[in-house]
Design a protein around this ligand. Structure first.
Ligand code: NAD
Length: 312
């Protein structure tokens, strides 16, 4: 049996596989063409969310029985075609919830206190002027959570420790379920008009693509802050950039951008309309789950599933 690992995942995974006599090849971010060359004899592909696993890669994977995704989302895989080919897909939905939630709080703090522009002004321009960076406290603000699953609920828990009110837009949860986890459910328009800050935590699907659009931003508070921790495309980045330029938005945080797959698609230009603004935005390269603790949790969850599936 052979396992191919193509991202930086917990060391526990190759350790477990090797201890069971599995041949493990590690090729981090090989690129699509190289991946097609080396995937042919792999029984299991261990990855995170890059690259997109399309038909051409699945066709090259002639021996593949399982794709083990060391994260939550699996929409980067052509799931129908994988199913047709009898390839099992596993993931680790709960392993990184706290890590992502803490990064969401980090962005809310950065954007409310202007720490990134302050850092740039001090270290780049050698200006020491506190009056340029008068911010807001989280305490007393209303945080709107779009999506109230594992991550959204953990963000709410952390936000309440800061003294924030937590409201929820999640059509798939009842008011009672939201209340039990400390959130007040609202319909979308009321939610948008009520929140001072919004964080986004749901899967990218045809329904959630462009879920926070030009029209939605127009309904928000003047100076609202929006943070997308889910997948590029859920927040319309053109609309967010316009919102920053006009002052409608006070800050935009993104751990994900629509163009983040660009380099792996053979397009080496990484672009978001936010890059053309000089507004208060904070972007990180999809590092929500990048903590030692999350990767270890995920390693345990993935190992258990691989061992059960292949009877190791
Ligand atoms: P989850 O399945 O526990 O929760 C998702 C929630 O979204 C559910 O409560 C669901 O009802 C809600 N939802 C679905 N469609 C909706 C809609 N149209 N409007 C409002 N709410 C809707 O998932 P989770 O573990 O909380 O993860 C959420 C997302 O976070 C993942 O799908 C993934 O895209 C993203 N994520 C990002 C990182 C990162 O590194 N930034 C890491 C892990 C997960």
């Amino acid at each position: 049996m052979k396992a191919l690992i193509i991202d930086n995942v917990s060391k526990k995974i190759p350790e477990m596989l090797r201890s069971k006599g599995v041949d493990v090849e590690i090729a981090v971010m090989p690129g699509v063409e190289r991946l097609k060359e080396i995937i042919g004899d792999a029984d299991v592909l261990v990855m995170r969310v890059l690259p997109s696993i399309d038909r051409s890669i699945l066709d090259a994977a002639t021996n593949l029985k399982m794709i083990a995704v060391c994260s939550v989302g699996t929409t980067h895989i052509d799931l129908d075609y994988a199913r047709e080919k009898g390839i099992a897909i596993i993931n680790a939905p709960a392993g990184s919830s706290n890590a992502v939630a803490e990064l969401a709080m980090c962005k809310l703090l950065e954007l409310n206190r202007h720490t990134i522009p302050a850092h740039v002004e001090v270290s780049g321009d050698r200006i020491w002027e506190k009056n340029h960076f008068v911010g807001h406290e989280l305490r007393g603000q209303t945080l709107g959570l779009v999506g109230f699953g594992r991550i959204g609920r953990r963000v709410a828990e952390l936000a309440r420790a800061f003294g924030m009110r937590t409201i929820v837009y999640d059509p798939y949860m009842t008011a009672e379920q939201c209340a039990a986890a400390g959130g007040e459910k609202m319909e979308k328009d009321e939610f948008l008009a009520t929140a001072d800050c919004i964080t986004i935590h749901l899967p990218l699907t045809p329904e959630t693509d462009n879920l926070i659009s030009f029209d939605d931003i127009a309904k928000m508070h003047q100076g609202a802050i929006v943070v997308n921790m889910s997948r590029g495309g859920v927040l319309n980045e053109e609309a967010a950039a316009e919102g920053l330029k006009s002052g409608k938005l006070g800050g935009v945080g993104m751990d994900v951008i629509k163009g983040e797959l660009a380099d792996l698609a053979g397009n080496d230009v990484l672009y978001s309309p936010l890059f053309d603004t000089d507004g208060n935005y904070a972007v990180t390269p999809h590092i929500g789950a990048c903590t030692v603790e999350a990767q270890e949790n995920i390693g345990d969850i993935i190992n258990e599933q691989i061992a059960a599936f292949f009877h190791l």
